[in-house]
Design a protein around this ligand. Sequence first.
Ligand code: DAH
Length: 340
Amino acid sequence: MKQKLLQIEKEFECEISKVSSIEQLEEIRVKYLGRKEGLITIVFKDLAKLGADEKAQSGKLINELKQKITQAFEHKAIQVSGKTSAKAGKAAIDVSLPGIKRELGHAHPLTIVFDEICGLFVEMGFRVVEGPEIETEYYNFEALNIPLEHPSREAFDTFYLENKFLLRSHTSPVQVRFMEESRPPVQIVVPGRVYRPDATDASHSYMFHQIEGLLIDKGITFAHLKGVLTVFAKKLFGEKTKMRFRPHFFPFTEPSAEMDVSCIICSGKGCSVCKQSGWLEILGSGMVHPNVLKAGGINSKVYSGFAFGMGVERIAMLKYGIDDIRLFFENDTRFVRQFS
Ligand code: DAH
């Protein structure tokens, strides 16, 4: 056995001295230290055939040789890789290789616009609240003064689920949900996702986002509505922005108005984005209908309020000059990365 070990040692010294690459080194490692068929493993197995005395002696010698080989091997690994890594014996780490790039995340453009708009209202004392996306017919329609047979239901048509549940087609249902749970003054904005059975194209999506606003107190008038929304539009689009309110119909407000801002692309001169009108429609608004206040348990003889609702994608598209709503939802990082 002693002879055999000396022979292994000699052979190893000879072979390791010729090594000049990691690949050769690995070959030698397998030959001598390999767990299954390495020479050291084999001589360890041979021990079993020996008598007790010789077994102890030879065992010690094999261990010494194994240590020698391991040390020489590690030493050589450092030389070959030119590095002083502690792990060099196993797999040398080439510290000159480029590292693994960790991508840093950032907010999605819609999140940026959500945060900016809600932030502006928070500065004016509004609270941000949310409501469920799976709604009942009652909150999506009836509580908002849209009776079953009323033609205006069609404008807020949606996807119907079982048991009279549906996907909300606007954030307005949260108005009534919130009123039911609180007493005036109410001053909230409601960001959220909404659904409509629209065919998808550059300006339509079956799912999009809205921000709803509601303010109720004693003595609230249309002047408050105009004041708040004027401050909002000027902060969002710039001090020079002009506003105009056009009469409109919404079942849940009376009177109702749509608000336009002077076109942020051409400053009102007329361009393709504003269809040469100089104006861009931004939101719907109005004085909360007495029936809606009643549904929320608020006495319309004592309190009054205004509400508004806007599409977040539309505002983001105008703000950033985005011409296709689908870009927001396709998860193409080339698009999203532009907002980091
Ligand atoms: N819910 C309306 C829609 O989806 C938007 C809206 C208009 C909300 C007027 C309001 C409002 O609160 O007063 O088109």
